[in-house]
Design a protein around this ligand. Structure first.
Ligand SMILES: [Zn+2]
Length: 141
């Protein structure tokens, strides 16, 4: 099992508390990424999307999970579980210090997210609109 932490970094000017419009744990906020198979090392061709409000039955029959996907190359099944409650808005203070802010944790088994991308989701920040350059990273914990 690997826990991945998705973090954001941005150069904020006259803005603070950058976060998804409905907050870091917004149920409909969609995350897009490709999946790297731990078994065969292949990376999926297409991006997969997950959001907190989309859950499927866990393959082990216990409860639900955010994503179950089979590797197209080796057919090994992997799962991704989103762990809310760890996201924080990116503040101007953190931005000026070049720090990043956590957005979401992913508990990954068999398939690890790579090449993260945002969809057309809305973000919000406080104060006047200004120039923002947004960077995202996935960190292995
Ligand atoms: Zn594979």
């Amino acid at each position: 099992m690997v826990i991945m932490k998705l973090v954001i970094r941005a150069e904020l000017e006259n803005l603070t508390n950058l976060q998804p419009e409905g907050g870091c744990d917004e149920p409909n906020f969609t995350y897009y990424f490709k999946l790297h198979c731990e078994n065969c090392g292949e990376v999926s061709q297409k991006r997969t999307c997950v959001s907190l409000n989309e859950r499927v039955p866990h393959p082990n029959g216990k409860g639900t999970i955010n994503l179950v996907q089979k590797c197209k190359f080796c057919e090994r099944k992997g799962t991704v579980l989103m762990i809310p409650g760890h996201g924080r808005p990116l503040t101007l203070h953190a931005s000026q210090r070049g720090m990043h802010s956590p957005l979401m944790l992913f508990d990954c088994r068999g398939l690890n997210p790579v090449e993260f991308a945002f969809g057309n989701a809305w973000w919000k920040a406080q104060s006047v609109s200004s120039c923002v350059s947004l960077f995202v990273f996935l960190l292995k914990l």
